[in-house]
Ligand binder design. Structure first.
Ligand code: NAP
Length: 274
């Protein structure tokens, strides 16, 4: 199998690239802009005319969901003889209450194009990434040792990007996951306050949680997230305020080892908050 990783600079993509290299696979990295860390071909999923160098000689693809251009991608991938595609998708496509949102629709459009492509596909429908907390909280943790939250008791089950990457590597390198859509939540339901506590423990420094209004939280989050993502995140937190959320055993079921906990994620990323 020769595999191309699109979005190889991304948080998940770069771990997929590393995992495939560690597994001894033939891998090509594709990015829109050059990376100082590795050699890559330049390709933009929104511009199918740029995809030929990335896809030539390739059997397997790791893909981010980029709806604009997905039809062009399918045409180019089929022409290149690609057999298998693993898509990083979103749990919003199956979560009640999230199905008809812009986030869900943009992932579903890509899923549908792959389902009817004739290629083998696997979807990793992820819940909230643990890495979201970096964009949301690291600045105020570093500057003020404080996290401001509208819903400190909201639960989520954050997913470690290394687990998503490990699932992608398994799906790309064996034929066992064809036509499977895995909904991937983290292994434990934690309040946002608990998550801040885990980051404090990992960094070895206390972090205060300050409760703010939803409007103040919206304004703050909009600095690091698109409007639709802010709205979806606040809606999700409001709905899970004080209520444990669904977790999943997919990592253990597929990989035969436990999923990484949020405390492990915080240890892996402590420097992002120092
Ligand atoms: N955040 C969440 O909680 C969550 C939950 C479920 C699913 N997701 C999915 O995960 C994605 C974010 O993953 P991440 O944290 O790894 O993101 P990230 O670090 O921001 O990386 C996104 C990657 O997507 C690639 N990309 C975007 N547009 C592209 C295009 N037109 N052509 C080629 N590549 C393109 C980028 O490629 P370059 O390297 O070329 O810049 C980049 O590497 C979201 O877009 C969503 O689909 C996120």
């Amino acid at each position: 199998m020769t595999i191309v990783v699109f979005g190889a600079r991304g948080r998940v993509g770069r771990q997929v690239l590393g995992g495939l290299l560690a597994a001894g696979e033939q891998v090509r990295a594709a990015t829109r802009r050059e990376s100082p860390d590795f050699e890559a071909v330049t390709a933009d999923l929104e511009r199918p005319d740029t995809l030929v160098p990335a896809l030539t000689g390739i059997n397997g693809v790791f893909l981010y969901a980029v709806p604009a251009g997905i039809d062009g991608f399918v045409t180019a991938a089929r022409a290149a003889g690609v057999r298998r595609v693993v898509l990083l998708s979103s749990a919003s496509v199956v979560r009640p209450g999230a199905r008809d949102t812009p986030i869900s629709r943009r992932h579903r459009v890509v899923e549908e194009a792959l389902e009817s492509s004739g290629m083998e596909w696997t979807f990793l429908r992820s819940g909230m990434f643990a890495t979201n907390t970096i964009g949301l909280w690291s600045r105020s943790v570093r500057r003020e040792s404080t996290v401001r939250l509208a819903f400190p008791s909201a639960h989520s089950a954050p997913v470690h990007e290394a687990d998503l990457a490990a699932l992608a590597v398994a799906a790309l390198t064996t034929g066992d996951h064809s036509a499977k859509a895995y909904t991937v939540y983290g292994p434990e339901s934690l309040t946002l306050r608990d998550q801040v506590g885990a980051i404090a423990a990992a960094t070895g420094r206390p972090i205060a949680v300050e409760e703010v209004t939803e409007e103040a939280a919206r304004a703050q989050m909009s600095r690091s997230m698109p409007e639709a993502v802010v709205a979806a995140t606040l809606r999700t937190w409001a709905a899970s305020d004080g209520k444990p959320v669904e977790t999943s055993t997919v990592v253990a079921d597929v990989l035969g080892r436990p999923a990484r906990t949020f405390a492990e994620w915080a240890t892996d990323h402590a420097d992002d908050f120092r």
